[in-house]
Design a protein around this ligand. Sequence first.
Ligand SMILES: C[S@@+](CC[C@H](N)C(=O)[O-])C[C@H]1O[C@@H](n2cnc3c(N)ncnc32)[C@H](O)[C@@H]1O
Length: 295
Amino acid sequence: MNSSTDDPSHAGQAFKASMRAQWDTAASGWSAHTPDIHAWLHEPTVAMCRMAGVRAGARVLDVAAGSGDQTLEIAREVGALGYVLATDLSPAFVALARDNAARAGFAQVETRIADGEDLALPEASFDAAVCRLGLMFFPDPLRGLREMHRALRPGGGACTMVFSRPEKNPCLTILMSTALKHAGLPARDPFLAGGLLSLGQPDCIDALFRTAGFEDVATTAIGAVFRLPSVDHYLAFVRDSASPILQILGKLDAAAAEAAWSEMRERLMPYTTHDGWAGPNELLLTAGRRAKETT
Ligand SMILES: C[S@@+](CC[C@H](N)C(=O)[O-])C[C@H]1O[C@@H](n2cnc3c(N)ncnc32)[C@H](O)[C@@H]1O
């Protein structure tokens, strides 16, 4: 018999509880940086919504919605006759998404605390589903995709956005490797489930979509340069909201953590340009469709 620590479901629950706690802590910081995040991700978000089939009057599921920046874009697109359900594992994020939607006057938005791997939604109840920068944090992303597939009506579309390969996201690689080094931890396999870059390997996410039952699966890589006035603005964003980095540095005392932030600053400085700071990123937009019912 397995001991509780060998039990994979126990390990999964512990991972989820830790993920929820980390994102609860980072939620207000992420939300406070919404204008920067919005500018960084606006174009890819418009593409994601188009690829999922978000349109006027549609019912849209937004998984791992965070504080709801993309939820508001979707709400605008579906209009008053449409509907958006924004779900997230973190209660703090869901509260922010709910307040942000109310402040924007979008009665067509509902929010719900839900693990993306266990949405417990009625079968075939949405026209489209999206997940922006969330799926890579799921320990079992296939389960998350199966849940999205199940929630879609036949013919409905899904699109997810994740980071691509480490070398295309050099600032994330710098942050992670520096944090691990200062924490005295070994380098991590970037493709390990649940990590920032875990779905960045070519064809990995397409295969997951197909296994989950999606048809017409295609991935588009899209560049998304994070432009900010200076490297210090980027570090402020990371310090306020980048849960995976904060979790590693959280184990260090204040002086050791400051040494890590200082080395990160030095290594990120070369991305300074004549008119600010520009950190390259590459995102993968993967779209698929639930098969139409055959008569
Ligand atoms: C980088 S934030 C992205 C938030 C939002 N989609 C955005 O782009 O602004 C990652 C989000 O994934 C959520 N998340 C992580 N694991 C999750 C899970 N298993 N189920 C649902 N949400 C999850 C976190 O709580 C957090 O809100």
